[in-house]
Design a protein around this ligand. Structure first.
Ligand code: AMP
Length: 472
């Protein structure tokens, strides 16, 4: 089936903000550097010294801000930043965040991680009313709604705007004298609050706190609007929080293993639990268990612990290649697996090997890896183990997954997938097994594994993934 045009940019991103530090922009630069894994297409920083100053560009954080003059042009003690994930089309730089605008209460800048599920409809509505959009990102809709609100105060305008949008959003908003951190009522994406020498810092993940020496205080709560200004912290919870739906895929793949997210849970330790559970469910007699680096490493350690099969590094990763999946074009992705991973045949030769990866999306990576381990590594047997349940449904809340039809597990049975990737055996972690490893399993979204979507989305919206969903 022909891959449909992707209309809206994907919003798998990282955000970082600082309030009350003389080196605010420099700290945001470092924070974004630590969050680089959340998006490599572009990045931006907006700072405030009464007026707002914005610098953004395409590429990696270190490339955009490598000239000290760029950071020097971002004065002030408050700053927010954003790392943007790759998009499939359109003009890129205009979509890089923070997005800045002026409205009746002054200047405002916004950085968004997540994906709105009613953005297309809201955009059409706003455009009919005369709004002129400068980007084609979901996030600009939020700014327009804030500006359009008839309320008088900033907090009331925010509440107004947020009560209209649906979907996943962890937000940082910068105004002349304050920074505002917001998490949607389901808490889909992570957002943590920390402190550094009396300043406040907010980050998608705590690995960024570690880099700058900040101390974690707590998560921004689902549904919370936290205003940080000269009066300190002011927390508003105007929305009903019925059920958390924190993204379990943040643990499985997306967040860095050294981060503690969703109530201070360490990503690496959880991945180890996934690996242990996987070994309980699908043990196979083998000489060694090897990870697909880097995302498979922690779960492989757990698998090895539980199964007593020795852990080995049988695949070596070239760290100077970006995440292959992120490349927008198919041919680059296929090529990328070879560029990225190399098997060590002196370790693998003649061995029965268990390979652990975090997920199978289209099946391309697993197929290449099994082939490499067998043909270049000369392994005797290759058993694939996946530390998550099979991915059967696309994500509408900010993880970049292809359309349902392209998800191999949505269209093929497990034995067919095993055959396709040419493994001797294949097993996924069960959904019950995954849930059993989590402290509060009902607080998570598993939509990519069970197709149960906790937040409604508008089927008429024109994102290709949604269109796809209406026809299956
Ligand atoms: P695929 O080749 O399409 O099956 O992709 C599977 C590989 O992509 C696995 O090795 C995962 O680690 C990785 N992966 C899974 N989800 C994502 C994502 N949303 N973004 C980037 N890489 C991913």
């Amino acid at each position: 089936m022909k891959e449909p045009e992707i209309y809206s940019p994907r919003e798998e991103c990282g955000i970082f903000g600082v309030y009350g530090h003389p080196e605010a922009a420099n700290l945001v630069f470092l924070g974004l550097y630590a969050l680089q894994h959340r998006g490599q297409e572009g990045a931006g920083i907006c700072s405030s010294q009464g007026d707002l100053y914005l610098e953004k560009g395409m590429g990696l954080v270190s490339e955009i801000f490598n000239d000290p003059k760029v950071l020097k042009s971002l004065p002030g003690t408050i700053a927010i930043g954003h790392n943007r994930y790759s998009t499939a089309g359109g003009s890129f730089l205009k979509n890089v965040q923070p997005i800045m605008a002026n409205f009746s209460l002054g200047s405002i800048a916004l950085a968004h991680n997540g994906n709105l599920t009613n953005a297309d409809a809201l955009r059409r509505l706003l455009e009919r009313e005369g709004a002129i959009f400068q980007t084609n990102s979901d996030s600009e809709v939020i700014l327009h709604l804030i500006a359009n609100s008839r309320e008088n105060t900033c907090i009331n305008k925010l509440v107004d705007a947020l009560s209209i949008i649906k979907g996943a959003y962890s937000l940082l908003i910068l105004r002349n004298k304050e920074m505002i951190a917001i998490r949607d009522p389901f808490g889909v994406r992570p957002l943590s609050l920390g402190t550094l020498n009396g300043a406040y810092v907010v980050s998608s993940e705590t690995c960024a706190f570690d880099l700058i020496g900040a101390t974690y205080i707590r998560d921004i709560e689902p549904g919370e609007i936290l205003i940080i200004n000269e009066n300190g912290l002011d927390s508003y919870r105007p929305f009903e929080v019925n059920k958390k739906a924190q993204c379990v895929f943040e643990f499985i793949y997306f967040s860095r293993p050294d981060s503690n997210i969703f109530g201070d849970l360490n990503v690496s330790l959880l991945r180890k639990r996934f690996g242990r559970q996987l070994a309980i469910e699908s043990y196979v007699d083998a000489d060694m268990v090897i990870p697909v680096p880097d995302s498979g490493v922690s779960s492989t350690l757990g698998f090895s612990d539980q199964s007593c099969i020795p852990f080995e590094f049988g695949l070596i990763r070239n760290h100077y290649v970006g995440r292959t999946f992120i490349e927008p074009k198919n041919n680059i992705r296929h090529f990328g697996v070879k560029v990225k991973l190399n098997p060590i045949s002196k370790i693998l030769k003649g061995k029965r090997v268990v390979v652990v990866d975090d997920s199978i999306v289209r099946g391309t990576t697993s197929k290449k890896i099994v082939k490499m381990i067998r043909e270049i590594g000369n392994a005797k047997e290759v058993h694939m183990r996946i530390s998550s349940p099979s991915t059967i449904s696309p994500c509408f809340y900010g993880i970049d997954t292809p359309t349902r039809n392209e998800l191999i597990a949505s269209t093929h049975r497990e034995d067919e997938i095993r055959k396709y990737i040419t493994a001797d055996s294949l097993a996924y972690l069960s959904l019950e097994g995954l849930r059993s490893t989590l402290p509060n399993p009902d607080d998570f979204c598993y939509a990519c594994f069970d197709g149960v979507y906790p937040i409604e989305f508008q089927k008429a919206a024109c994102s290709s993934k949604m269109l796809e969903l209406t026809v299956v």
